[in-house]
Design a protein around this ligand. Structure first.
Ligand code: PGA
Length: 263
């Protein structure tokens, strides 16, 4: 059965190296890593120092983004080798903040996915529809098209190295993406339906075995108070967490919920 995977996406919320290290030191002391996979994604400047803390521990390091060229004149970008050197096992690609604020397209995300896999960096691929797309009845179409575009050319044998994060944009605790709305997580029904859309797409493209083994995280306002409800749902194999991943105290109940429902 699929092992839960919980990811902490720190975004640009924790900016200092010392601060990042001290938070990681507390998170690494939590319990449950024998039953649940957990990664954290600090700022680029903190990756190396946090990576040293995590070395030899079960808590994994994740980059928040990556460029699709190995090296070159790309001001402000970070390469796959840099992430690997810092100790990353994962890279988060296609996050809605990258897609919607920085204009990343499926075509670009796809290049990054292929480059990461080529270098044995595991990919957490984020997808998700906006409130408007959902209202227009386009949830399935948008998610399927992001999957097809972002995973184009990924062979079946590489799908082991992919985690999909379904994150409805409207549920993400982000005032830039959701300025006028009260932000709340997907309802269990909405989350289950969307996860089934994702798993069905994987089944159509890669067959039953891959569809049954691929892990699909839910993201968007997951926190201690709703983690149990979300993690008991079929097809939800963990969470990608922003705000509630910044401290050990906030992350602990989420990891505990995953441990409680270990499959
Ligand atoms: P949130 O962010 O948990 O703060 O809503 C989730 C994400 O964007 O990964």
């Amino acid at each position: 059965m699929r092992r839960f995977i919980i990811g902490g996406n720190w975004k640009m919320q924790v900016t200092g190296v010392e601060d990042s290290v001290s938070r990681a030191q507390k998170i690494v002391k939590l319990e449950g890593f024998d039953k649940v996979d957990v990664f954290i994604a600090p700022s680029f400047t903190a990756l190396y120092e946090v990576g040293k803390i995590l070395q030899g521990t079960p808590l994994k390091l994740c980059g928040q983004n990556m460029h699709h060229f190995e090296t070159g004149a790309f001001t402000g970008e970070v390469s796959v080798e840099s992430l690997l050197e810092a100790g990353c096992e994962y890279v988060l690609l296609g996050h809605s903040e990258r897609r919607r604020i920085f204009g990343e397209t499926d075509e670009l995300i796809n290049k990054k996915v292929l480059k990461a896999l080529e270098h044995k960096l595991k990919v957490v691929l984020a997808i998700g529809e906006t409130a408007k797309e959902r209202e227009e009845g386009r949830t399935a179409e948008v998610n399927r098209s992001q999957l097809a575009g972002s995973l184009a050319g990924v062979p079946k044998e590489q799908m082991d190295n992919i985690v999909i994060a379904y994150e409805p944009v409207w549920a993400i605790n982000n005032k830039h993406l959701n300025p006028d709305t009260e932000i709340h997580p997907a309802t269990p029904k909405q989350a289950v339906e969307a996860h089934q859309i994702v798993r069905n797409w994987v089944k159509e493209q890669y067959g039953e075995e891959v569809a049954e083994s691929i892990r699909i995280q839910y993201g968007g306002s997951m926190k201690g108070s709703n983690a149990e409800e979300l993690l008991t749902l079929p097809d939800i194999d963990g969470g990608l967490i922003g705000g509630a991943s910044l401290t050990a105290e906030a992350l602990e109940p989420i990891i505990k919920a995953a441990v409680k429902f270990t499959r």
